[in-house]
Ligand binder design. Structure first.
Ligand code: FE2
Ligand code: FE2
Length: 199
């Protein structure tokens, strides 16, 4: 048994050694190996803050494009209105984020956020695949997943802003966090009181 474990361990380290020597098709992995990412790698809390701010800026802009599709797909009038209202709020949030960037001396820009891309893709998928009650309740569920994602991000960002002494940014990010929480609460009320009924 012990000999078998040692054999597996030796095979594993041989595989790792081969992987280290073989050229990797991913250019980023190659760059990293050569140490060329050293200067661009994120190292500080400030780097993490700036990166995550760009990530949520990308996410909000992606949502401006995605929310009209959700509003169009919703059959229940209150759900349709919830999406339309949140579209207006999302545009407002982008303006607030512009001010957050300004307050920290950075220009507003987005960086591709894989998480929001995935959440939006999932929502678009169910618009294609579901109908009737299933579509309505799943749309609310998908929208809540997005709100929870945003709540997580803004919660993190505002705490980082506070630690970094960016008080204005902290206040503005808290303002957006409250908007996201209110949007989520509205969706919960809609689901519980209007949409979730036994089939
Ligand atoms: Fe948002
Ligand atoms: Fe939101």
């Amino acid at each position: 048994m012990r000999a078998e474990r040692q054999r597996q361990k030796r095979a594993h380290s041989r595989r790792c050694e081969r992987a280290r020597q073989e050229p990797n098709p991913d250019p980023l992995v190659e760059l990293h190996r050569k140490g060329e990412l050293e200067n661009s790698a994120m190292k500080t809390l400030k780097d993490a803050f700036h990166h995550t701010l760009k990530d949520i800026y990308y996410a909000e802009n992606a949502l401006v494009k995605a929310l009209p599709k959700a509003a169009k797909a919703a059959g229940h009038k209150d759900l349709k209105k919830a999406f339309e209202d949140h579209l207006a709020e999302t545009k407002e949030q982008i303006k607030i984020l512009d001010k957050v960037f300004k307050s920290i001396g950075e220009k507003p820009e987005g960086e591709k956020c894989d998480a929001i891309e995935g959440l939006i893709k999932e929502t678009e998928g169910l618009i294609d695949e579901a109908e009737g009650v299933a579509l309505e309740v799943m749309l609310v569920g998908a929208a809540q997943a997005i709100e929870h994602y945003e709540i997580a991000r803004y919660g993190t960002l505002r705490e980082w802003a506070k630690i970094l002494g960016e008080d204005q940014a902290h206040d503005m990010l808290s303002q957006i966090l409250d908007m996201e929480k209110a949007a989520n609460a509205k969706l919960t009320a809609l689901a519980v009181h209007e949409l979730n009924e036994p089939a």
